[in-house]
Ligand binder design. Sequence first.
Ligand SMILES: C[S@@+](CC[C@H](N)C(=O)[O-])C[C@H]1O[C@@H](n2cnc3c(N)ncnc32)[C@H](O)[C@@H]1O
Length: 277
Amino acid sequence: MDEYSSLNQIKLISNNTKLSTELDIELLILNLLSIDKNILYRDDPRLSSEKLKELKELVQRREKGEPLAYLVKGIGFWSLDLYVDENVLVPRPETEIIVEKVLEDFNASEKKVLDLGTGSGAIGLSLSKERVGWEIYCSDKSYKALQVASKNMQSNSLNVSFIHSDWLEAFAPETFDIIICNPPYIDPDDPRVHSDGLKFEPISALTSASKGLNDIEIVISKSSERLVNKGSLYLEHGYDQSQQVQSLLEKYNFSDIRKFKDLNGDDRVCSGKIKKC
Ligand SMILES: C[S@@+](CC[C@H](N)C(=O)[O-])C[C@H]1O[C@@H](n2cnc3c(N)ncnc32)[C@H](O)[C@@H]1O
């Protein structure tokens, strides 16, 4: 039976492909053989003909732009290892800003928190790991996303409640201290939606009508009703939407509005507090 050196294949394949870097192929091999990096470089395990064929098929999918996270069925986010598949958005590094800011703003004292549009569970589960005393609810309109998030809760030994809901509809008359949301915010006419990475992700996680602002406005208006007095809303938005998001927060009576930048220096997260008379 033919066998092939893993380390040679990393070099060979990456030299013959456009998108797949050595690191991508290394990760695909680690996943395919269920080994860690030390073993790969210490033992240079052999790939059987079948495994090499599987590897080449995965590389072909990567070459068509499929996110590496879908091919290896996982990604690191905050301090968690999350399972992801085509039913959820691949959690992005910029979304860690929301987790970081919420943790900076609130200590461990008890809070009731809602992660709206939880997808893989990235935000709600990360907060649950850091703040064990918080009562955390994670919701999504997609049942398949909730299944992924639930799998991630179990694999990370965490405890949150999952609720199927169209934004806040299922929650009346519940109220929360903190609501967090990374909603779909891309204009459906934006050509990026059809670009390599994004075209494999669920469209319902990406685009929103009214130039990407429709869901943001729904979340802001409904959150203003479901937050306790002085409760806080944290929202991720597009790199060029910060001014419109600020105006919407003001329209629905939010004050203390703050903006946070991503690693590119673009405003990416807005927060505000609701004042009820
Ligand atoms: C941009 S993704 C964010 C996923 C995850 N929170 C993250 O940050 O990686 C938006 C999420 O909102 C969900 N969503 C879209 N429309 C929704 C609605 N009307 N009600 C509830 N969730 C919705 C999508 O299914 C998707 O999981």
